[in-house]
Write a protein that binds this ligand. Structure first.
Ligand code: SF4
Length: 479
């Protein structure tokens, strides 16, 4: 029995409650909460976090297993942080052995560092799309996972917004069963996501995130912490005012949450993902109040929303749209690709395969070639000799220059086009701009497999022609 799977299959509006298994939460207290939630009508699962905010907490599998013993079906967060694909596979096998079906597959926040110290380099062997593909592979081998994935409609530049939706489609194509939104307080964006999926004929159910925002949380999110969570100054002000009330703003928080749930129901969301409280009494109140408010959802959806003033909306445009100006490097490399087409079988490809096969027989020569390749691609693209080159699939932007080395689109942490980890633009903004200028947005839908890390430091030219690197799907005619 999996109440989450069943409710979604039956089209019954349902609730998943987030259990933040951070170090600060006592495990016994979390399990007490799980037991109370288990008897809360409408709640179908407890979603147990992993690496929330970039810091390790309690083992989500242990917490989830204990929660299940108390009657609450767990939905275990599985992130790509600090685990390579073998570790992730092992974790999934453990989950299967424990009879846990629900996993929430996501990239995860970049690990934080103690104040005053640099962030330690972190392993991101897979991205979230590749993780979903791995889970699908295990599902085909007889492990019946039910996979949730994240999406954030609360992106306010054209590139960030487009890529969130495109990446969601990639996750669904890879095998996702349900999507869960990032938190946000903008009904227009909640509506936008539904319209995008509806117009694309995507029937995958979506749970909308409803987070009970207290003053401390609002102040942190107003500064962009944790990554991907953002609170507008106007909302921060509203929460400040509410907090001055005798109950510390609790009544206002609960009412806002119930109204948001009513809006989600009206917009066609499959359920709500409730966070920001571990109080089962508050969860029960929100559920009841949302039912009473359901007929008034359009009134609440029309209330002012909290968003950047010049934010981009997919069906309305906005000041943060991108230009269509083409850059010199892609233009030159595209021309070269047309002059020397090697991506499909041709005499030139056969010739180069023979040449690189010959070079590969002499380790010193192969090493020399790798040095030449690096001397060109290092300064031009920031190449780091991964040996699995996908520049041609990413508009000549190197995925190794992304701190999480993502290959299938941005993580959820980018804010207004800036990277969540380092102080620079998110690389995916450039990928999007170049693809749009070249009329190649459709090519960004291609799934890029995880690189073979054993090829690090070898020539990607040799690996390409000898077909050693995992191959992304071939591009369409003309490329
Ligand atoms: S460059 Fe973009 S995708 Fe990569 S870590 Fe930064 S925000 Fe995330």
């Amino acid at each position: 029995m999996n109440p989450l799977r069943e409710a979604l299959a039956a089209g019954r509006f349902c609730y998943v409650v987030e259990l933040v298994a951070s170090r600060l939460a006592r495990e016994a207290r979390l399990l007490d909460v799980a037991a109370r939630l288990a008897s809360c009508p409408g709640v179908v699962a407890g979603s147990v976090t992993s690496y929330a905010g970039g810091a390790p907490g309690h083992d989500p599998i242990r917490v989830g297993t204990a929660a299940r013993a108390r009657g609450l079906t767990p939905n275990i967060h599985l992130t790509c942080v600090s685990q390579d694909r073998d570790g992730l596979r092992k974790t999934l096998e453990d989950l299967h052995a424990l009879g846990i079906e629900n996993v929430f597959a996501m990239t995860g926040d970049y690990p934080t560092a103690p104040v005053g110290q640099d962030r330690p380099p972190a392993v991101f062997d897979l991205d979230s799309v590749q993780l979903v593909a791995l889970i699908s592979e295990l599902r085909r081998a007889g492990m019946p996972f039910h996979v949730a994935v994240a999406v954030s409609p609360f992106k306010y530049t054209e590139a960030d917004c487009f890529y969130q939706y495109l990446k969601l489609e990639k996750k669904i194509a890879a095998g996702a069963d349900v999507a869960i939104t990032q938190l946000g307080y903008d009904a227009r964006k909640f509506r936008e996501l539904m319209r995008y999926l509806h117009e694309g004929g995507v029937r995958t159910p979506v749970l909308g995130n409803v987070y009970l925002l207290n003053l401390r949380g609002a102040e942190k999110m107003a500064k962009g912490e944790p990554p991907g969570c953002w609170v507008a100054p106007e909302l921060l002000e509203a929460v400040r005012r509410e907090s001055a009330a005798g109950d510390g703003g609790q009544a206002a928080r609960l009412e806002r949450a119930a109204r948001m749930v009513a809006v989600l129901r009206g917009l066609g969301y499959a359920g709500a993902y409730l966070g920001g409280t571990h109080d089962a009494g508050q969860i029960a109140w929100i559920i009841q109040r949302a039912e009473a408010l359901a007929p008034r959802w359009e009134e609440f959806a029309a209330e002012p929303t909290y968003a950047p003033r010049d934010g981009f909306y997919l069906y309305e445009g906005g000041a943060r749209s991108v230009s269509r100006r083409r850059h010199a490097i892609p233009v030159a490399l595209d021309a070269l690709g047309r002059l020397f087409p090697v991506q499909r079988e041709s005499w030139l490809r056969r010739l180069l395969r023979g040449f690189f096969g010959w070079v590969d027989r002499f380790p010193l020569l192969a090493r020399g070639l790798e040095r030449v390749e690096m001397a060109i691609k290092g300064p031009a693209f920031g190449c780091q000799a991964c040996g699995n080159c996908v520049l041609g699939h990413m508009e000549y932007v190197c995925p190794q220059t992304c701190p999480k080395q993502m290959r299938n689109g941005p993580c959820g942490g980018a804010h207004l086009g800036r990277c969540e980890v380092v102080d620079k633009p998110c690389i995916w903004g450039q990928v999007y701009e170049r693809a749009k200028a070249a009329n190649r947005l459709v090519d960004l839908r291609a799934y890029l497999p995880a690189p073979d890390r054993h090829l690090q430091g070898s020539s990607s030219w040799i690996n390409y022609f000898l077909e050693r690197a995992p191959a992304p799907p071939a591009r369409g005619p003309g490329h």
